[in-house]
Write a protein that binds this ligand. Structure first.
Ligand code: SF4
Length: 441
């Protein structure tokens, strides 16, 4: 196996015969930590340094891989050549009246761009996994904007940080270390920041923060609107709003108002509960209005390592951040009508191309039932629940480990992903697979 090292030094004394690739970007969560050292022995990854438990699982664990291309005959998947699998995938798209494509959050932006071109060619539709996470954030930011900042700006300047509906200790385990509590910035030391967590339960992140504000499930919108109202100088004629004592909301608002630089990080607790995109609108509007007093910014805590990238690429290519439909003469952007879940639930799509996703495990039951009825082409490094009924399965390389590419961090800063080892023999990159399906189409 050929090892592609971006930079390597001997670490003799630590591990005999080992090599290390420095400053590798972790392709797991939207924080895209770009300081991982990857240790190689005999061309295999033996361990990593500075990664968290999640990155360790991705780089080092022996997770199952799809071993070869396969096509379903009856109940069974049968191994076929790569060329045959590509031909069959193209046939599925060609024969469909209304193909749909879903996934993309664990692919490079280069592959995402090709996927959009492919679905234009196939006259279908395409969207990413943000349909089941931060789509409400996208809609809210289109409606009313959001004051944004890079994570470096937050690390260097933020003296007040609010995590609202997000639990970084478990979902983005190095966020405290690299951006807030344990990250010393140019103007502010990590330990001097005031960190509050607003959530429906006392998470691990809440336990190690300065303050935990417990909001009732679905109460975020009311709590945020009450804070906006108080900021306008209004009195709230209630003891509590959204399950939070008004006094507590007032104190939290006071801290944000008095801050030199406040940042609100928001997560799925905001986007996927209660008023969804209206929650985000209220949150980003509060952040905007606080700029009359000091500086306040807001950053979504994106989950998959390149879910933010799909929105960027789709916007360059179509003018819309995803959920685009190429079946008519003009591009139709209609989230809420043409996300993959919507289409499947109403029987609107008649074939699916899935790239790096497992909708059988995450979609609502009615959508999964329909998914089982249509031809499914799956491109993925790992077998998952969807593989059990996929009609064409094509194994792909792990981008950021076995292939290079570009991804967008949660604050939409593009970061380069390195290749540190070769993929298993015969396994191609997403880019190559999509290009070949396009050729066959
Ligand atoms: S916090 Fe996220 S990006 Fe950073 S090492 Fe952990 S999983 Fe990887």
């Amino acid at each position: 196996m050929t090892i592609c090292l971006v930079s390597s030094v001997s670490v003799a004394g630590e591990r005999t015969g080992a090599e290390v690739v420095k400053n590798v970007t972790c392709p797991y969560c939207g924080l895209l930590c770009d300081d991982i050292d990857v240790y190689l022995e005999d061309g295999e990854i033996s361990r990593i340094k500075r990664g968290c438990g999640l990155s360790n699982a991705k780089f080092v664990s022996e997770a199952d891989r799809i071993e070869s291309p396969a096509v379903r005959e009856g109940e069974e998947l049968h191994e076929v050549s790569y060329g045959e699998a590509i031909e069959r995938a193209a046939e599925v798209l060609r024969e469909a009246k209304r193909p749909d494509c879903y996934g993309w959050s664990s692919c490079s932006v280069e592959a995402q761009g090709l996927g959009i071109e492919l679905m234009k060619e196939a006259r279908g539709s395409i969207g990413s996994t943000s349909a089941v996470c931060h789509l409400p954030s996208v809609l809210a930011m289109q409606d009313c904007g959001a004051p944004k900042a890079t994570l470096e700006q937050v690390r260097n300047r933020a003296d007040v940080v609010i995590y609202w509906g997000s639990n970084p200790v478990e979902a983005h385990p190095r966020h405290f270390e690299r951006v807030t509590r344990r990250a010393d910035g140019y103007f502010v030391k990590g330990k001097d920041r005031y960190i509050a967590v607003v959530d429906v339960r006392e998470t691990l992140s809440a336990k190690i923060s300065d303050e935990f504000v417990k909001v009732e499930p679905g109460g975020d919108y009311e709590a945020l609107q009450a804070m906006r109202s108080m900021l306008q100088g209004n009195e709230i004629e209630a003891d509590e709003v959204g399950g939070v004592p008004v006094e507590t909301l007032g104190e939290l608002l006071g801290r944000m108002k008095d801050a030199d630089f406040a940042c609100i990080f928001w997560g799925l607790g905001v986007t996927m509960s209660g008023a969804k995109h209206r929650n985000v609108e209220a949150l980003t509007s509060l952040a905007k209005e606080l700029n009359d007093y000091g500086r306040c910014v807001s950053v979504p805590m994106r989950g998959h390592f390149n879910v933010a990238g799909f929105g960027q690429v789709c916007t360059w290519k179509t003018g819309f951040p995803g959920f685009v439909d190429f079946t008519g003469d003009e591009i139709n952007y209609a989230p809420g009508e043409n996300t993959s879940v919507d289409l499947l639930r109403r029987g609107g799509s008649d074939a699916m191309l899935l790239v790096g996703s497992d909708p059988a495990a995450h979609f609502p039951l009615r959508a999964v039932k329909r998914l089982r009825e249509v031809p499914v082409v799956q491109v993925d490094p790992h077998p998952n629940a969807t593989t059990r009924f996929a009609d064409v399965v094509i194994p792909s390389a792990l981008v950021g480990i076995e292939a290079e590419g570009t991804a967008y961090r949660m604050d939409t800063v593009p970061i380069r992903l390195k290749k540190v080892v070769d993929p298993p023999e015969g396994v191609r990159t997403d880019e190559r697979i999509i290009r070949d399906v396009m050729g066959a189409l």
